[in-house]
Design a protein around this ligand. Sequence first.
Ligand code: CTP
Ligand code: CA
Length: 228
Amino acid sequence: ITAFFAPKLLAGQKVLVTAGPTFEALDPIRGITNHSSGKMGFAIARAAREAGAEVTLVAGPVHLPTPRGVTRVDVLSAQDMLEATTRAAQSASIFVATAAVADWRPAAQSDQKIKKDGSGKTPVLDFVENADILLTVAKSERAQSKKLFCVGFAAESENLAEHAKAKRERKGIPLLVGNIGPLTFGQDDNAMLLVDAKGVRELPRAPKLTLARELMAEIAARLPDWRV
Ligand code: CTP
Ligand code: CA
């Protein structure tokens, strides 16, 4: 009963979430992507909405239902995701970057399907680096003036705590969440390491929706101190 009448944790907040993989086209039929399921980001969007926030979810190509009450923007490439995200970030108060953004895209996209020429020769792919969406948003005037609280996610294959601490500092963000591996992509359970200016804290293995709710509470608890 108390919980029902209590004000919601994120009432009045505008939460922006990126989720899923990106797809970097090679030609009209082919492209490069990764195995991100989008489940963690979708769980976060749902948990933020349940906590009373207005939520925008910028989603790469995944087949997941849109959480109730959430505004979803579907994108394919990292460049599309950057555009949709920076636009929504102009009015957001919390940004949670869970997307597994492709670090590189093919340097050239062929207008037509790349064909075999019968000689057995294989194509050589050249790449360019994609913009870092989280870093771009974190460096924006809105984030720098503490109107936008930015949260990053990091999937590491080794030395999670060390890499997560370094990544948080490199991105200049108040909170970074480390996924405790080895393989959490596609699974319904996860364990997370929360890294902030004060140190490291572990959220033990639990369903992604439970962790998403805990993360929303952790973010809400940090906002007052961070904003002063
Ligand atoms: N990220 C992003 N845009 C990119 C790359 C990463 O917004 N082009 C975000 C991710 O959504 C995540 C965070 O940055 O929240 C960390 O992503 P990660 O891939 O772990 O780190 P990188 O900075 O790309 O470094 P590396 O992959 O080399 O570890
Ligand atoms: Ca990366």
